[in-house]
Design a protein around this ligand. Structure first.
Ligand code: FES
Length: 106
């Protein structure tokens, strides 16, 4: 199973094994990783599953669609590295993925 590392804003690391097909948000939720609130349950309607992902992963990540781009406008301190974890399906290619949480979710 792919391994994903979540890094909280305070630097705390959480490494979790994730079944292919789950979303990165579900991986955090199922492993009690703090900092990903996912208020809308994964419907791309809240932005509280916001993280930063290094651009070196861009080729392996699904392309950001217009809805995700729009929702990220409501996230806390979005940047060009911002993604919504509910919109990223875990594949074998994402083994080793590192995502960093913002200071807070809004
Ligand atoms: S869980 Fe609401 S946008 Fe991702």
């Amino acid at each position: 199973m792919p391994k994903i590392t979540f890094i909280e804003h305070n630097g705390t690391h959480h490494e979790v094994q994730v079944a292919v097909g789950l979303s990165v948000m579900e991986a955090a939720r199922d492993n009690n990783v703090p900092g990903i609130e996912a208020d809308c349950g994964g419907a791309c309607a809240c932005s509280t599953c916001h993280v930063y992902v290094d651009t070196s992963w861009n080729e392996k990540l699904p392309v950001k669609d217009a809805m995700e781009e729009d929702m990220l406008d409501f996230a806390w301190e979005p940047s060009e590295l911002s993604r919504l974890t509910c919109q990223i399906r875990v594949t074998e290619d994402l083994d080793g993925l590192i995502v960093r949480m913002p200071e807070k979710q809004i």
